[in-house]
Design a protein around this ligand. Structure first.
Ligand code: GLU
Length: 317
C-alpha cells in the first residue's frame, strides 16, 4: 500500500516554529517511506482564517524546502472551503442514522454547567448531555423557531476506546466520560474541524497522519466518526509540542516565532532546520543542513522517528 500523508496548515496567520517542526517530521516520514505527501489548506475557521495567510503558508514551505505532491486539481492542493457540499453530504449520512443530535446549548450555558470547583478536563469542557435525548427531527422545530443549534456526535455511552499512536504508543479512555459528545457542525456556520478532517483524509486516501499532540484527544472523536461511517482510519503520529522557557506552549508572549519573522531577520532556513533536526535527535552537528540533507540523515537510520524525545521541546528564542 502506498503511503499517503498530508500537511494540513490552518491559514490563521504566519506558520511558526512548532508548525515547521511538525511539517519537517511529516515530510521526512512520507519521504523515508517513499510515500506521497499532499497539501490541504484548512481554511474553514472563517473568523480565524486571515486573508493572505494561504500565500504565506506556501512561501513558508518553500523557504523551508519542504515540497508536497500536487493533487489533480488546478491548484495542486485542496482547500477545505471548497468542499462544503461534500461535508454536508456526510453530515446527512450521520443524520439519517441518528448518530448526531441538534443541541441548542450556548457556550456559556455549557461552561456554567461544568464549573464545578477543581474539575479538570483533558481537552476542553465535557458536555453534560443536556440535549442528548433530542432527535434529528427536532432540528425542524429549531429552524422554525429561529433557534441556533449545533450538531453533536453521540459517543457510545461508557464504551472504552483504545488505539495505538505510532509515536506515543497505546492510548485508551472512555470518550463519553472523559471528552463528552462533540460538535460536528453548526446550523449557522461551517462544519467543525473534527468532521472536515475525517472526510478530507478519507476522500484523499490519507493513511498516515503526523501532527502535534495537542490533537491527541481529537483522535478519539475522529475515530468515532470513522467507525460510524465504516471508513478505515489512518495511522496517527502525534508529536510533542514546542514550548517556551516556561514550559508552556510556544505563543506570542514568548516572542516572535513566526517563520516570516525569522526570514525577515535574515535567518537562513538551514539554521532553523538544523536547530529542529537537533531537537529531533537527528544530528548533534552544528553544520547547516537543508531539508534534503536532513532526509539523508533520516534515511540512514531505521528508527529515527522513535529517537525523537518524548518530552515537549523547549525552544529558547
Ligand atoms: N490544521 C491543523 C493545524 O494546523 C492540523 C489538523 C490535523 O493535522 O488534523 O493545527
Amino acid at each position: 500500500m502506498t503511503y499517503i500523508g498530508r500537511l494540513a496548515p490552518s491559514p490563521t496567520g504566519a506558520q511558526h516554529l512548532g508548525n515547521a517542526r511538525t511539517y519537517l517530521v511529516a515530510w521526512l516520514h512520507a519521504r523515508t517511506n517513499r510515500g506521497k505527501l499532499l497539501l490541504r489548506i484548512e481554511d474553514l475557521d472563517t473568523p480565524r482564517t486571515k486573508s493572505g495567510a494561504e500565500a504565506l503558508v506556501l512561501e513558508d514551505l518553500e523557504w523551508l524546502g519542504l515540497d508536497w505532491d500536487r493533487d489533480a486539481s488546478s491548484l495542486g492542493f485542496a482547500r477545505q472551503s471548497e468542499r462544503t457540499n461534500r461535508y454536508a453530504e456526510v453530515l446527512d449520512q450521520l443524520k439519517s442514522r441518528e448518530l448526531i443530535y441538534p443541541c441548542t446549548c450556548s457556550r456559556s450555558e455549557i461552561e456554567e454547567a461544568a464549573s464545578a470547583p477543581h474539575e479538570s478536563f483533558l481537552d476542553g469542557t465535557v458536555y453534560n448531555g443536556k440535549c442528548a435525548s433530542n432527535h434529528v427531527a427536532d432540528a425542524m422545530k429549531f429552524e422554525q423557531q429561529g433557534t441556533k443549534y449545533a450538531w453533536r456526535f453521540r459517543f457510545s455511552p461508557m464504551q472504552t476506546t483504545t488505539w495505538i499512536d505510532q509515536f506515543a504508543g497505546q492510548q485508551t479512555l472512555i470518550p463519553s466520560q472523559s471528552l463528552g459528545d462533540f460538535i460536528v457542525a453548526r446550523n449557522y456556520g461551517p462544519v467543525a474541524y473534527q468532521l472536515a478532517v475525517v472526510v478530507d483524509d478519507h476522500d484523499s486516501d490519507i493513511n498516515n497522519v503526523v501532527r502535534g499532540d495537542d490533537l491527541i484527544y481529537s483522535t478519539y472523536r475522529q475515530l468515532a466518526i470513522y467507525d460510524a461511517l465504516q471508513w478505515k482510519a489512518p495511522s496517527w503520529i502525534h508529536l510533542p509540542l514546542v514550548v517556551g522557557n516556561d514550559g508552556r506552549r510556544l505563543a506570542k508572549r514568548h516572542g516572535d516565532s513566526r517563520l516570516k519573522f525569522y526570514r525577515e531577520q535574515g535567518v537562513k532556513p538551514e539554521e532553523l532546520l538544523n536547530a529542529i533536526a537537533q531537537s529531533l535527535g537527528l544530528t548533534t552537528n552544528k553544520s547547516l543542513l537543508n531539508a534534503n540533507q536532513i532526509l539523508d540523515l533520516a534515511q540512514q537510520s531505521s528508527d529515527w522517528l522513535h529517537r525523537i524525545p518524548a518530552a515537549p521541546f523547549q525552544w529558547t528564542l
